[in-house]
Design a protein around this ligand. Structure first.
Ligand code: PMP
Length: 420
């Protein structure tokens, strides 16, 4: 596999941006591959190599790369204008769709990224309740703003970034996923909690599934303590079901955040929730939130075209395919006598080497990162682009057909077969 042009572009770009990437997750040694184009489930690099893409830009491309319906909608909108500084019909249509599809969404507000959505959701929760505390899940990721750059390794909350003032995170509490006792004892002790912000299906520690009734219990405990429940559905929104994980599990939060798929491949985010809460946003209310590009018509038409294409039968197919991958990968691990487990949610999956199960961030951190890295490099040579980190997720799109999935599973088995 020749990657000389990627190498030379990397040397050049490093002079202009740190480590040559616009977002840290994209970096890997010795240098990241530079993308040239994508079509369906395939991505082509600047050296002409083609890969089956299982990273899929970290989630937005549920229809695959360069979907014709999305391209057509965008082309039509570009001719009419790209940003207006006034409300527009595409923006309203997307809002209407979100409010009809997503169970908690009585109203929504569009932003430009998932980070903005969670940042404003946290501010809104604080403004609405008059309380300061925010609870998050250890290993949960909600974008790169100060309040949420907190992990709970070893039980002690700490920031994972320099430059975050102590004051910015002193109101953020961190608890393990799938541990209802931690949440209920925290909420009983601390009466200054505005909300818990959590991914209902964490997708930033590989994929981790909620244990039986965990989400129902979270809903119950938050209601009993009068604390808002915010589901961060930036990954799971329109992915695991049209209405996201809240539809899949039948648990309705007070608010949710979205991004990725609702922009159909263009920069997007949204916060949504109960009308009595949402009405506290400016200018109706006193919680400030704004953005020059928010509600962007290009994003809106791309998001709508994507959502329109996601018929119920497609969700069913995606769920079936990710289950199949999980089964075949698990069988390979057993047959090859290699310890590991595979977690999956509809159209998402991840393997954890050296673990029998993974149900929270501590488990995920304990998985064998060296073996994952070996697999990542092996699969690259086999023509599959996976997320470079074991803490990320493989995403399927409707363009990943059975033939591609079978090839992926064969290559995975071949990798296992080469382990001494
Ligand atoms: N929330 C979750 C659950 C995410 O996975 C991400 C990004 N991967 C974000 C928020 C931040 O979204 P964005 O990158 O669009 O700012």
């Amino acid at each position: 596999m020749k990657t000389e042009r990627s190498g030379s572009l990397y040397s050049e770009i490093c002079g202009y941006t740190p480590s040559g990437v616009s977002s840290p997750v994209r970096a890997f040694d010795p240098y990241p591959i530079f993308a040239d184009s994508g079509k369906g489930c395939m991505i082509k690099d600047v050296d002409g190599n083609e890969y089956v893409d299982l990273c899929m830009a970290y989630g937005p491309l549920i229809l695959g790369h360069s979907n014709i319906k999305v391209q057509t909608a965008v082309r039509k909108q570009i001719l009419k204008g790209t940003v207006f500084g006034m409300p527009s019909e595409p923006e309203m249509d997307l809002l209407k769709r979100i409010c009809s599809d997503v169970p908690c969404a009585e109203m929504a507000r569009l932003t430009n990224s998932g980070t903005e959505a969670t940042m404003h959701a946290v501010r809104l929760a604080r403004g609405f309740t008059g309380r300061n505390g925010i609870v998050k899940i250890d290993g949960g990721f909600h974008g790169s703003h100060n309040d949420v750059l907190v992990n709970g390794t070893g039980g002690a909350s700490r920031t994972w970034s320099a430059g975050v003032p102590d004051g910015a995170i002193e109101n953020t509490r961190c608890i393990p996923y799938n541990d209802i006792e931690s949440l209920s004892s925290l909420l009983e002790k601390d009466k200054d909690i505005a909300a818990i912000l959590m991914e209902p299906i964490p997708g930033n520690m590989g994929v981790v599934l909620p244990g039986k009734k965990y989400l129902e219990d979270v809903r119950k405990v938050t209601k009993e303590n009068n604390v808002l429940l915010i589901f961060d559905e930036v990954i799971t929104g329109y992915r695991v079901a049209k209405g996201g994980a809240q539809e899949l599990y039948g648990v309705t939060p007070d608010m949710c955040t979205m991004g990725k798929i609702i922009g159909g491949g263009y920069p997007a985010g949204a916060l949504a929730g109960r009308k009595d809460i949402m009405m506290h946003l400016a200018p109706s209310g006193d919680v400030y939130e704004a953005g020059t590009f928010s509600g962007n018509p290009i994003t809106a038409v791309a998001g709508l075209a994507t959502i329109d294409e996601m018929l119920p039968c497609r969700y069913k197919k995606l769920a079936k395919r990710s289950k199949k991958i999980q089964k075949v990968m698990k069988d390979s691990l057993v047959d090859r006598n290699i310890q590991g487990c595979v977690n999956q949610a509809p159209s998402m999956f991840q393997v954890f080497f050296g673990r029998r199960f993974v149900s929270d961030a501590m488990d995920a951190r304990g998985a064998d990162g060296k073996r994952y890295d070996d697999m990542f490099r092996f699969m690259l040579k086999e023509g599959f682009y996976l997320p470079p980190s074991k803490m990320e997720v493989n995403f399927l799109s409707v363009a990943h057909n059975n033939e591609v999935i079978d090839r992926f599973c064969e290559s995975f088995d071949k990798f296992l077969g080469g382990i001494q």
